[in-house]
Write a protein of this length. Structure first.
Length: 239
């Protein structure tokens, strides 16, 4: 098989390509030349190029020389802190024995805040405070969205069981989420913030947040913690 070798020195203003090995296919071996749109730290890159299936990418800035081969599928462009452009879809679950979809102010607030940031809502439900019901609804939401926000049932009363339902299912916990939420809540409700058991983590590359059910609490969590970091979280969870 004849191979051409491309070598470029560039600041990322010229087109690059992603080329496949025609004998093995794109799912097996992929050669990367100056792959525009990929935030690789390169200034000059030399690799075999069979030019059978090139995908043009937008320009990037190039910094130093290296070479790379990737097995399997290619991931989208990612920055130095592992943030990439990923599609975020939302699911809102309200845990309450007294609310209905018509009276669920907190759930509607979460949905509105997500939609204002162009995050579509793929699933919404109001369910009672029962572990099995919470888990079943979460499993449904995980099939439709990658940002699941569960509000309600995080306190200390006898029927608060959201944490008991969700926490054992988390593959990776984000302990900092609960810590930051309680720290910020002190400004609103004082030391009563310690009663909140807000937690977050990931399941199958999707983010799950469990937050208190009051409207001020869901507003605080969504605007100051979830929305600023959700792309970062999903990027890391899918490395």
């Amino acid at each position: 098989m004849e191979e051409k070798r491309r070598t470029r020195t560039s600041t990322g203003t010229n087109g690059g390509c992603l080329c496949t090995n025609p004998q093995t296919g794109i799912g097996d071996l992929i050669y990367l030349t100056l792959s525009q749109g990929w935030n690789f730290p390169t200034v000059e890159y030399s690799a075999p190029c069979n030019k059978t299936d090139c995908l043009e990418r937008p320009p990037i800035s190039i910094h130093q020389e290296f070479s790379i081969r990737i097995k399997g599928n290619i991931s989208p462009a990612m920055s130095h802190n592992h943030v990439r452009q990923v599609g975020i879809t939302g699911a809102v679950i309200t845990v309450s024995t007294s609310r209905t979809p018509e009276t669920d102010t907190s759930g509607k607030t979460v949905a509105r805040l997500l939609e204002e940031q162009s995050i579509p809502i793929r699933h919404y439900a109001v369910i009672p405070d029962h572990i099995e019901a919470i888990r079943n609804e979460l499993f449904t939401a995980l099939k439709k969205a990658n940002c699941i926000i569960i509000n309600g049932g995080t306190g200390l009363t006898f029927d608060d069981c959201t944490i008991e339902a969700v926490s054992p299912l988390l593959e990776k916990r984000m302990d900092g989420f609960g810590e930051f939420f309680r720290m910020k809540s002190i400004q609103q409700i004082g030391t009563a913030a310690m009663l909140s058991r807000a937690v977050a983590g990931t399941i199958g590359g999707r983010a799950v947040f469990c937050i208190p059910g009051s409207t001020p609490a869901v507003t605080l969590a969504t605007t100051e913690l979830i929305l600023p970091e959700i792309i970062h979280i999903i990027s890391h969870a899918n490395l």
